[in-house]
Design a protein around this ligand. Sequence first.
Ligand code: GDP
Length: 328
Amino acid sequence: MKDRAMHASSSVFVAGHRGLVGSAICRRLVAGGYKNLVLRTRAELDLTKRAAVWEFFAKQRPEYVVLAAAKVGGIHANDTYPADFISENLLIQSNVIDACFEFGVQRLLFLGSSCIYPKLCPQPIREEYLLTGPLEPTNRPYAIAKIAGIEQCWAYNRQYNTKFLAAMPTNLYGPGDNFDLHRSHVLPALLRKVATARATHSGHVEVWGTGTPRREFLYSEDLAEACVFLLEMAQDRFETLLDKDHAPLVNIGVGEDVTIRELAELICRVLDYQGELVFDSTQPDGTPRKLLDVSRMRALGWKPRIGLEEGIQRTYAAAKDSFVSAGM
Ligand code: GDP
């Protein structure tokens, strides 16, 4: 039983199953015939509380864990609530990672994001660029928490031969995203702003920053595919990602990026909105470019399927009713 890839009857704890990432992973697991998902809402299990996490693991004994629970948000939220971003994430991940060791979890997938890499590192960003330069200040507290989690996975793997892997997706979007304009990332924010402008016959949409930063966008269901691909991977292949001389880290992205202006124009086209884009350069741009090098996943045989335009159409189709019920 020990050291085998995940299979249909394995017990799998998806932490954060109501979020953008966790919900997509659950849908994919259910579609793939997984029958033994262990899920807890925040009200049922507060992952910042160590005793509660211990009690849960002792009772449930999950064999596989996907750690998708985290405090996340866009550039404004990260900048406004830096203490929450570092403290909550450190607590959640150290409780869950320690518990995965303590209770003999066979594989852990620890999720973070591409903002762990230095602000000005060469592009596309290879996994080995981690900790080679200063971080982008607007999300440094979140990034440092995630880097600590990667280090913790690596340390456990070295000291105790655990199979803990950190998967770092690029900017994600999809159904169930956060569309609150103060907390959301750029893609859901612009989708909502353009939908509102169209519905209210406004002639313009406000876009933060200069529009020149470049970002790469991955559809949440593609990330879910990648995560299940990693969890189902044969043990010997999976272990190639856990070489003890390097951080156990794999980038998950599409390998192509667009400018924020191009993204905004594409959203206008998908929603058939003809108004003008107005750039508010008093808002921060954040890091100038964040394009992942995805050759490690490509070499293993995984690539995304949903292009940006199709992903925007699907996300909009899933969200538009909630925009209307929220009065835009
Ligand atoms: P980041 O990738 O960590 O910088 O986070 P975001 O997704 O929040 O922002 C990405 C880029 O989009 C930044 O340059 C923002 O200034 C820009 N942007 C443009 N309009 C918006 C908006 O309405 N909301 C957000 N969150 N970002 C926006």
